[in-house]
Design a protein around this ligand. Structure first.
Ligand SMILES: Nc1ncnc2c1ncn2[C@@H]1O[C@H](COP(=O)(O)OP(=O)(O)OP(=O)(O)O)[C@@H](O)[C@H]1O
Ligand SMILES: [Mg+2]
Ligand SMILES: [Zn+2]
Ligand SMILES: [Zn+2]
Length: 315
């Protein structure tokens, strides 16, 4: 928001008119104090809009004024909806601007997410995306930045779910006597759904059936879904372990090697994976992409400022 007196952009929200903060375990939005008093409607909530319509050819076009909800009302609705989408508190700082690409794949990941968010076509078909990569490479960061833009700037309805929390919620719902459809319904219908940690879980029949139903419903309805996963997308990434130099490997090493090479396709099954291929553009970040959590921790242990400026801003 540009203040009338100085013409300067608000330093708190940088002109966005809203602020996102961490509140408990959730990212929470509020209207910035610079925009709490609306100068457009003076707090009435409505403004007049001039319309022109031809009721009769003889009289010709007539202009008339209608009352329409003011932009401040839309802002409040968007902010209220943002607080229901389920974004974790740790993502409250995440934006496209403070995402740093350490390699070409991360650059592609950011561009893909940013392009998706900025060119979302409310009237058309919007292909989602799938970000795959090792831990701490900013997958959740980009999902959060995308949902923030879609909800607060575009005014879309969205939801974020972490897959194991989704399974837990559905299980709890069953115990409370709800049906699977009843619980999955809202997630099937939401305009944009972001599913984080895809492929995680025990792979039980219950989990697979739940995921199958959710993905199939969204696929059939042509809805847009975004994903993040630690599992690999490309079969050729599966290193031929048998040809690796032989030597002692502990059980833990062997287990972690198996995890390393596991494919999302194997985790979710052919039926789901095939649908994902049609629903999404894929980006995979290589195994040597730096883990930002470790970088931050290492920088915290060194004297001087952490990388990218103060904590919570330029991380
Ligand atoms: N490329 C990046 N640029 C800026 N910040 C980043 C980047 N990657 C990660 N971060 C920051 O590091 C922290 C961890 O990132 P995030 O949770 O997005 O990782 P992730 O890829 O989802 O990891 P995981 O696979 O463990 O879920 C967050 O605070 C995030 O903002
Ligand atoms: Mg994550
Ligand atoms: Zn402000
Ligand atoms: Zn107003």
């Amino acid at each position: 928001m540009v203040t009338k007196s100085s013409g300067a952009v608000c330093g708190v929200c940088e002109g966005r008119t809203y602020v996102i903060e961490r509140r408990g375990d959730r990212a929470h939005a509020r209207v910035c104090t610079c925009s709490e008093h609306c100068t457009l409607c003076e707090g009435r909530g409505y403004t007049y809009e001039v319309r022109e319509q031809t009721f009769s050819a003889k009289v010709g076009p007539k202009r008339y004024e209608v009352l329409v909800p003011c932009v401040c009302q839309h802002r409040m609705k968007r902010v209220a909806h943002f607080n229901e989408i389920g974004l974790p508190g740790v993502t409250s700082h995440a934006s496209f601007e403070n995402y740093r690409a350490a390699n070409e794949a991360q650059d592609r990941a950011r561009n893909l997410a940013m392009h998706f968010a900025h060119h979302y076509d409310k009237a058309g078909v919007n292909k989602g995306f799938m970000l795959s990569g090792p831990v701490g490479t900013g997958k959740t960061h980009l999902l959060a930045a995308t949902l923030k833009h879609l909800v607060l700037e575009v005014g879309l309805e969205a939801r974020y779910v972490e897959i194991s929390l989704l399974y837990a919620t559905i299980r709890r719902g069953f115990q409370e006597g709800k049906s699977g459809g009843e619980i999955i319904g809202p997630l099937s219908d939401v305009t944009v759904l972001a599913i984080d940690e895809m492929g995680k879980g025990r792979g039980s029949q219950f989990e697979m059936e739940t995921l199958d139903e959710l993905i199939a419903r969204r696929y059939n309805a042509g809805r847009t879904t975004l994903f993040a996963t630690n599992y690999s997308l490309e079969p050729e990434r599966r290193a031929p372990r048998s040809s690796a130099p032989s030597g002692y490997r502990s059980t833990e090493d062997a287990k972690s090697a198996a995890r390393d090479t596991e494919l999302l396709r194997e985790r979710v099954g052919e039926r789901i994976y095939s649908r994902l291929c049609e629903m999404c553009a894929f980006v995979e970040m290589p195994k040597d992409t730096p883990d930002r959590r470790r970088l931050i921790q290492e920088a915290d242990m060194r004297p001087g400022p952490p990388p990218g400026g103060p904590r919570g801003m330029g991380r």
